[in-house]
Design a protein around this ligand. Structure first.
Ligand SMILES: Cc1ncc(COP(=O)(O)O)c(C=O)c1O
Length: 388
């Protein structure tokens, strides 16, 4: 008996293998600086933890409605009105098991077998695997520094054909931290609309932006699927909670899928998340956002000083996508040696696609500045000993 054929096209998440090795070295007593992880280092804000704990103590742990707790859907709708000045009725908001659950629901609803989905390369690795899980075909669009590692309408036109069903983008993006302007989102939405394609925009890193807020795709039309999460800005990774904004005519289908695939998102997490929008929580999150900005501002020039090139300054998320071609022609080997020799864990480009992965690495700055500074010293020491 074998796994299904679709498993052949699903690669491991390479960084997890690097992480496993990092943990092994730690168990041997080595001090490892983690710059590979894709999660904030801050604990969930206390008011949110308290709300979750209270709900558990009160025993309110029954299934919720498949689309989510009505109060939470309303709180998210209010958040869009207050923060973005866009009107998104609670009826279009579906609470999910993280952005991952939202992406699964969206593709389960939209992706026919054999249909093609255009995705930027480099991009979030799981997207192409989500697409493949529904027997659809991910089509990577190579994107480079000239367009801020974001796809343009020309890229879409070049990869479009009669099998194309949809486009998936993220802003800010993983691994590059770059954003789409409101105009760029508008032109991508016009392109997809004109050709009857679906558009899924992943806004999971909204809130973690350092040169101004990211515009939401929800302002560009009510026919766009928008993914978001409590994982990053709200720092609730392990609670597994996110949401999907759904065009009206798909809400019923998404509801049917949610009932069948998940029954509902975690009840404890949903009660906790009700406190995520309270002013005292937002004040904590905004302080942490300022700290993330300080880290970015420290790390970008520090990495450049050791010979890494940063073709586009990231304006969001907590990643720096660096060009390491001045130091190595094999980023994967570079990452493995960096970990073994000096105990700094960073992610090789190959996790994010096939567009020049050998010349790129991703460094996450979800770590204190003192540790980032130590990492830079170790990288400097490592590269000074390499024969380039
Ligand atoms: C771009 C992007 N989308 C979605 C996810 C999934 O996040 P979660 O399921 O924790 O909300 C991640 C996680 O790193 C991500 O980087």
């Amino acid at each position: 008996m074998e796994s299904a054929e679709r498993l052949c096209g699903i690669e491991p998440f390479y960084v997890m293998e690097l992480l496993a090795r990092a943990k092994e070295l730690e168990a041997q007593g080595r001090d490892i600086i983690h710059m590979e992880v894709g999660e904030p280092d801050f604990p969930t804000p206390e008011p949110v933890r308290r709300a979750g704990a209270q709900a558990i103590l009160d025993g309110r742990m029954f299934y919720t409605n498949a689309l989510g707790l009505p109060e939470l859907r309303q709180a998210i709708s209010d958040f869009y009105r207050e923060r973005y000045r866009v009107d998104v009725p609670a009826s279009r908001i579906v609470v999910t098991a993280g952005a991952s659950g939202a992406l699964v629901l969206a593709l389960a609803c939209l992706a026919n077998p054999g249909s093609e989905w255009l995705l930027p390369d480099p991009g979030y690795p799981c997207n192409r695997h989500f697409v493949k899980s529904f027997d659809a075909v991910p089509v990577g669009m190579p994107v480079g520094s000239g367009t801020g590692f974001q796809p343009t309408v020309d890229d879409l036109a070049r990869h479009f054909n009669n099998r194309t069903a949809g486009v998936m983008v993220a802003s800010p993006a993983n691994p590059t931290g770059t954003m789409l302007s409101a105009e760029a989102i508008g032109s991508i939405a016009a392109f997809t609309r004109d050709r009857g394609l679906h558009l899924i925009v992943d806004e999971i890193y909204h809130g973690l932006t350092y040169d101004g807020d990211a515009p939401t795709a929800l302002a560009a039309g009510d026919d766009i699927f928008v993914v978001n999460s409590f994982s990053k800005y709200f720092q609730m990774t392990g609670w597994r909670l996110g949401w999907l904004v759904v065009p009206d005519r798909f809400v019923r289908d998404i509801e049917k899928l949610a009932q069948n695939l998940f029954i509902a998102a975690s009840t404890a997490a949903q009660h906790a998340a009700l406190a995520a929008f309270h002013p005292e929580t937002i004040a904590i999150l905004e302080e942490r956002r300022a700290e993330m900005k300080r880290r970015r501002d420290f790390l970008v020039p520090a990495l450049e000083s050791v010979g890494l090139k940063i073709p586009v300054r990231p304006s969001g998320a907590f990643y720096i996508y660096a060009d390491c071609s001045g130091l190595t022609d094999d980023s994967d080997c570079f990452c493995r040696k960096l970990l073994e020799d000096v105990g700094v864990a960073v992610t090789p480009g190959k996790d994010f696609g096939i567009n020049q992965p050998e010349r790129h690495i991703r460094l996450a700055y979800a770590n204190q500045i003192s540790r980032l500074s130590e990492a830079v010293d170790r990288i400097r020491d490592f590269v000074s000993r390499q024969e380039v």
